[in-house]
Write a protein that binds this ligand. Sequence first.
Ligand code: SIN
Length: 310
Amino acid sequence: MSLAETRQNTGAGNATPKPDAAADAPLSNTVVRMRPMSANAGMEILGIDLRQPLTDAQYVEIRRALNDRGVITFRDQDIGPEHQLAFARRFGTVVPVEFLDTVPGFPEVGIVAKEPDETRNVGGQWHADHSFDPVPPLGSVLYARELPESGGDTLFANMATAWDSLSDGMKATLETLRVVHSKKNAAYSDKRSERAPDAKLMQHFAGLAHREHSHPLVARHPDTGRKVLFINANYTARIDGWRDDESRALLDTLLAHAYRPENTCRFTWAPGSLAFWDNRSANHYALNDYHGQRRIMHRCMLQGSPWREA
Ligand code: SIN
C-alpha cells in the first residue's frame, strides 16, 4: 500500500480503514488501529496521517495508548516541523529547546544529531529527560530525518508497569522514600562539548551542573494518577537521607527490575518514523551503535505538570 493511500485519518464512525500491511494487527481500539510493541511497553499507531489534525475521538484513543504504554510510534509520515509542532500541541504546551541546536525558523524544534566523526550521542543511557527539574516535561515528540544504514534504535521502559510488578512489601517501603535527581549525576557528559568546547558553552554546562530536585520515588502521574517508579539510570543520584552505598544498592536493584526485557520495547527507526513518549512514565535509551554514520532527529518537548497528590 502506498503512502498516499494511508493518508486519510479516519474519524469516529467513518468508513473502515483500507487494508494495509498491518491489517492483521489486533484492533485494540475502535477508532484508531494499534499494535502493541511488546508485552508491556509501546503502542504502534497505524493508519494516521500526522499532516492532518487528529479528530477528538482519535485524540482520546491515542492519548489513552500513551498513558497505558509509555510510548507511541508512527511510521511512514512525511511531515515538516510545522506538522510535528501541531501534533505535539494537541497534547500540551511546547517548551523552548535547551541544550540542542534548533531547526532554522523553528526555535521549539531541537536537532538531535550525531555526525560521522562524533563518538558520543544524545541520550545514550537510560534516562527521563530533565528529571532533575522540579516539574519534569510531559514528554517528547521525536521525528527521524536522517538515519544510519542500521543501528540507532531507541529503547523504552514502562515505569508504571515496573511499579505494578513489585511485591507489596517492597512497594510499602518505596512509598516512603524520595530521590534526588541531578544533572551533575549524568553518566555521560554533554555531547555538544565534544564538538565545540568553547568557553561560553562550558560556562553554560557548568551552570547546569547544580540543577537538581528531590522527587517522590513513587510518584503519581499528573494525568492518570497511576503510580510510577520515578527513577532513571542517568540522573537519579541518591535516595534522600541515605548513604551513597545504601542508595546505590537499592537504586541498582530497582533499575535492573525496571529495565528487564519484558518491561521494555525497542523502536527501529525508518525514514518518516515518529515516537512520542511520556517522560513521567517511561525511560528511554538511544543506542549508540552506528559510529561513522549520521543520525539526525527533530525533537520537541512538552511542558509537564506537578505530580498528583496521593
Ligand atoms: C533523547 O534522548 O531525547 C534522544 C532519543 C533518540 O535520539 O533516540
